[in-house]
Design a protein around this ligand. Structure first.
Ligand code: SAH
Length: 216
């Protein structure tokens, strides 16, 4: 059996620290959370690879570096309520849960909602992370505003609902672009003003919208 603790340690050193991830809380969270519990059994050996890994339903768990970069950009300190759009395996939500007070993670594929919940429980990370079956392009107004929003699927433009549900001050990371040419943007709201900058270029699965929850 693979030595997952060793693979995890190496991932943090070689994929995160050496590429400039500096937020100690992000590094500590990712050094601790057992990523192998968030991938399907037949992908377990690939859990710590430097790339996205299939999780079924045509979806992927993001590359570790991308999770770290996105989490770092949010500058979480521990008191925040965070919205994640695209819970997938639940791994990214687990990382955010280790960095913030509370995470609401939305997912459109019902099977993945269940799986993400199970994965979070197995990893002992379920206490402050709630996975909800919802179309994340509409956000989740019931629990808004959110101090931080992390979007794990690409939209052609920033959905207005997400911007409206971002607290002031608040930070959002979101891949923007159609097709495979996307940029990861950091959007900051402060005193009623919105500023944006590009963090990196990226390649995420598309954010579904308008299709309703029953169409997969
Ligand atoms: N953060 C995930 C990776 C997500 S992949 C992880 O850590 O594993 C992107 C996910 O977004 C997929 O699971 C996909 O089903 C979901 N998704 C796509 N469109 C969505 C939408 N409109 N609302 C909620 N989830 C969506």
């Amino acid at each position: 059996m693979a030595d997952f603790a060793e693979l995890r340690r190496r991932m943090v050193e070689r994929q995160l620290r050496s590429r400039g991830i500096r937020d100690q809380r992000v590094l500590a969270a990712m050094a601790e959370i057992p990523r192998e519990l968030f991938v399907p059994d037949d992908q377990r050996a690939r859990a710590y690879e430097d790339e996205p890994v299939p999780i079924g339903f045509g979806q992927t768990i993001s590359q570790p570096y991308m999770v770290a970069l996105m989490a770092q950009a949010l500058e979480l300190r521990g008191s925040e309520r965070v919205l994640e759009v695209g819970a997938g395996s639940g791994y990214h939500a687990a990382v955010l849960g280790a960095l913030a007070r509370e995470v609401i993670a939305l997912e459109v594929v019902p099977e993945l909602v269940l799986r993400a919940q199970q994965n979070l429980e197995k990893a002992g990370r379920g206490q402050n992370v709630r996975v909800i079956w919802a179309d994340g392009s509409q956000g989740y107004p019931e629990l808004s505003p959110y101090d931080a929003i992390s979007v794990a699927a690409a939209a052609p433009e920033i959905p207005a609902a997400l911007l409206a549900q971002l607290a002031d001050p608040g930070r959002m990371v979101i891949p923007v672009g159609s097709g495979w040419d996307q940029e990861l943007r950091l959007v900051c709201k402060r005193e009623g003003r919105i500023t944006q900058r590009i963090v990196t270029f990226c390649r995420f699965v598309p954010l579904r919208s308008g299709g309703g929850l029953t169409q997969q």
